[in-house]
Write a protein that binds this ligand. Structure first.
Ligand code: DGJ
Length: 366
């Protein structure tokens, strides 16, 4: 059976199943290692698209010892059918103490028939012992009919990677403080907008959020606070170049995947073409906030004009000592989003800081 092979299907894009035989629902995701109750395992967070685009299934988690066999840990950030759900035990335990106004805001972000929850990423905070999820919080909301007009970052917190997670809220982030500047389709009114996002924690435990803003024209990189639950500096007090940087201005990039190898930071991204794939690009820097040197397309093999029909979601440092880094991408199926595939490839390191993503099917890790 395909899910029992000890190979990664790579660009063959086979379906992936959990240990119970369920199709894995962890799109736009991220894998990382956590030690929970003394046991170190891999944890894979992602979008649950069981019902396609909507109703929105929330955020799903799986765990594994070997990156091949995945245990279903369930939906760790649940969405709600109606505001009445606040009286259910599950939501009561999480939000029972919230004032009514806050519940209204939370419902907008978790309303399964209207919300959009994309690209969830998790951080473990050593100081607080909490797990924090950042995700692209969007969807139809009062005063906003489109699916991508809200354009905020959602933040949720939990005691374990398997939840339950409580939504803290959704927020606009940093912006370039010049009403006359180019803000793309967002305009100055929608400054601080956030669409595709990712996070990165450096070896010194400083964490960053990387996000598309200014109508997806610009990639922002902002420092997070010590608990990873908010920006280090409120947007109204933030200084460009210090608290955040604007990168690839006018570059229209999405699907940010940042990782570190030695003293080099890498950022793989896609272009902006909806669910359709496009060529990837990557850049290299000596600091997570840049400046970034653009290095071109990491794909050189047949199919490179679509990143082998994938869009980056994350790069996992599987074993830094052995230089084993895993590219995770999504092969979106716009007509059946729940059947979108996961394209995992090894990252190959070349001289002069260059990398390559090879077009490989059914490969085995080193
Ligand atoms: C591309 C983004 O990378 C995805 O996460 C999703 O937002 C689609 N666009 C929607 O068209």
């Amino acid at each position: 059976m395909e899910h029992e092979k000890e190979t990664f299907s790579g660009t063959a894009g086979a379906r992936m199943y959990d240990e119970e035989g369920g199709r894995i629902q962890a799109h736009g995701g991220q894998i990382q290692k956590f030690t929970v109750d003394g046991v170190e395992r891999w944890y894979w967070i992602g979008e649950d698209k069981t019902d396609g685009y909507r109703p929105c299934g929330g955020i799903h988690m799986y765990s594994s010892d070997d990156l091949h066999h995945w245990k279903d840990e369930g939906v760790i950030l649940r969405t709600m059918q109606s505001p009445e759900a606040f009286s259910e035990d599950y939501f009561q335990a999480l939000y029972g103490a919230c004032p009514e106004e806050e519940k209204k805001r939370i419902f907008i972000d978790l309303d399964r028939n209207n919300c959009v929850i994309e690209r969830p990423k998790m951080l473990y905070n050593k100081k607080t012992g909490k797990y924090v999820i950042w995700f692209h919080a969007d969807g139809r909301a009062p005063g906003c009919d489109g699916d991508y007009g809200k354009a905020k970052a959602g933040v949720a917190i939990g005691d374990s990677p398997t939840g339950a997670f409580r939504l803290l809220g959704s927020y606009k982030l940093h912006y370039h403080d010049d009403p006359d500047a180019e803000y793309g389709f967002d305009g100055w009114e929608n400054r601080g907008s956030v669409r595709d996002l990712n996070v990165f924690v450096d070896r010194d435990d400083t964490a960053y959020v990387i996000y598309s803003s200014e109508g997806n024209r610009t990639t922002f990189i902002s420092r997070l606070n010590e608990s990873y639950t908010a920006l280090a500096t409120e947007p109204q007090n933030a200084r460009e170049g210090v608290d955040f940087t604007r990168n690839f201005i006018g570059g229209f990039k999405e699907a940010h995947a940042m990782f570190r190898r030695g003293e080099d930071y890498y950022l793989i991204q896609s272009g902006c073409t909806g669910w359709s794939p496009n060529p990837a690009s990557y850049a290299i820097a000596k600091h997570p906030m840049g400046p970034w040197r653009e290095m071109g397309d990491p794909c050189a093999d047949k199919g490179r004009e679509t990143t082998y029909d994938s869009q980056s979601s994350c790069v996992v440092a599987v074993d830094e000592k052995r230089d084993a880094y895993l590219y995770m991408g999504d092969r979106w199926n716009e007509n059946d989003l729940g059947d979108s595939r996961y394209i995992w490839l090894p990252v190959v390191f070349l001289p002069e800081g260059k990398i390559a993503l090879p077009n490989m099917e059914n490969w085995t890790k080193k």
